[in-house]
Design a protein around this ligand. Structure first.
Ligand code: UD1
Length: 429
């Protein structure tokens, strides 16, 4: 991972417009879904991100030919010749576990290194495995690997204990080629699930109910390759919206599906932001002090856990006290210590954080510990007095395309520097 740093000079009010890239969290399952067809799929608007590069590496290891042309990522899965992914690749990105379902359905067996935990929590796989077993899959875990195979892949009735996004996607991608019907109860309802359903149905699958908590799948014998444009990234959009508020700016965020951001928009309005919705854009303006708001992360359509760190950065500057409750991941407060270095007043007790707003944040040396924690610190730096040096920006590269360019375009003062660069010596924070 790159050791680059951002040097950000805060207190520039952001103005202008910024275009949101295709959704990372949709692109990953869509890329996995291309494994299901014996042909060449074309996916448009896939962002150029580190996580995507890792998924492409996984597909290549399995024998697929992947090419990026101007607008599209082209995946030829007709040359698929593998069913194994080792730990070097698995450790780079947890979401590579999304190949479990499609590889099984296409080849009848799969062997992948068990993904480790990550900075934000332990991240179990029990729901993925339980769901697959319900479809007649046999699963064995040994030496840190998950091995799965079946004699016959058959439809089943699955009830998730928690509405896991990844497990819902994995089961959808296995059940499309199973014999008979599958029903997934307590399915995750995220927009990325609907995007996956849309691609799979274009490929010839018969899926209904994506976006609700019951998904019904009628297995088909074969899928054919298709063309699809990925939905816009709602977390990237939300991050830009918070940036506008924190810098008392006026920003138009383009390529947005406002319905995907209802929770975020509601909370920003409560915080005092003026938000105007258009068909595929939102305009965010902020004047004066941010108001405190309480929030609790929940599965979609609740408030997204992937926006919790950014909101904490914002509420750290509010004119009052906010209470944040994180219910999805047990260890998603790693940005707290770093925000404190910037002058924030935050206390954490278990899954609850009490954020007492301060007048101003101050620039400091801080470090990104994971993707969204990094985003939160990036935002805090934009709003802080004087300069911030944000280290380990490789974490941010996993999820934000052309961040530097996009924020320069909005009037932010930032640059990316290599570690040990002499430029750092000139920074007086
Ligand atoms: C996806 C997103 C991630 C987001 C998360 C929650 C992708 C690539 N990543 O991750 O950015 O933060 O949704 O919105 O789409 N769980 C279990 N057993 C399982 C699986 C999950 O108990 O087998 C639990 C998890 O510990 C967590 C909750 O379910 O508490 C939600 O996790 P899940 O929806 O599976 O997250 P991911 O799909 O990994």
């Amino acid at each position: 991972m790159t050791m680059d740093r951002y040097v950000i000079t805060g207190k520039q009010s952001l103005e202008g417009s910024v275009r949101v890239s295709g959704a990372k969290n949709s692109s990953l399952p869509l890329l996995a879904a291309t494994l299901l067809a014996d042909g060449t799929s074309v996916l448009m608007d896939i962002p150029d991100l580190l996580d995507i590069t890792h998924m492409v590496e996984v597909l290549a290891t399995l024998g697929c030919r992947v090419q990026r042309d101007e607008e599209a990522l082209v995946v030829d899965a007709s040359t698929l010749n593998g069913a194994e992914v080792d730990e070097t690749l698995m450790r780079k990105m947890r979401a590579s576990n999304l190949i479990l379902g499609p590889i099984l359905a296409r080849t009848g067996r799969v062997r992948i290194a068990r993904p480790g935990g990550c900075a934000i929590g332990s991240r179990p796989m029990d729901q993925h495995i339980k769901g697959l077993m319900e479809l007649g899959v046999k699963v064995k875990e040994r030496h840190g690997y998950i091995e799965a195979w079946y004699d016959r892949l058959q439809g089943g009735d699955i009830y998730f204990d928690v509405p896991s996004v990844g497990a819902t996607e994995n089961i959808m991608m296995a059940a499309v080629l199973a014999d008979g019907y599958t029903v997934i109860h307590n399915a995750a309802r995220e927009p990325e699930i609907v995007d996956l359903q849309n691609l799979l149905n274009k490929m010839g699958a018969k899926i209904r109910g994506g976006g609700t908590d019951v998904i019904r799948i009628e297995g088909v014998r074969k899928l054919t390759a298709a063309e699809h444009r990925v939905i816009p990234d709602r977390i990237e959009a939300g991050t830009h919206m918070v940036a506008a508020v924190m810098t008392e700016g006026d920003v138009r965020v383009d390529n947005v599906i406002p319905e995907h951001l209802e929770g975020v928009i509601a909370k920003l309005r409560q915080a005092g932001a003026e938000i105007t919705l258009e068909d595929d854009a939102v305009r965010v303006r902020q004047r004066g002090r941010i108001k405190p708001v309480d929030l609790k992360t929940m599965a979609y359509p609740g408030f997204p856990t992937d926006m919790q760190p950014q909101f904490m950065a914002m509420l750290a500057m509010a004119g009052g006290t906010s209470v944040i409750t994180e219910t999805i991941f047990e260890n998603r407060y790693q940005h707290v210590d770093e925000l404190r270095r910037m002058g924030a007043n935050i206390t954490v007790d278990g899954r609850t954080a009490v954020v007492r707003g301060v007048e101003t944040l101050e620039g400091a040396f801080v470090e990104a510990t994971d993707l969204r924690a990094g985003a939160a610190l990036f935002l805090a730096a934009l709003a802080a007095e004087e300069a911030t040096v944000l280290e380990q920006v490789g974490h941010i590269d996993r999820g934000y395309e052309n961040l530097e360019e996009k924020y320069r375009g909005l009037g932010a003062r930032l640059r990316r520097v290599l570690p040990n660069s002499s430029e750092l010596a000139r920074i007086d924070t």
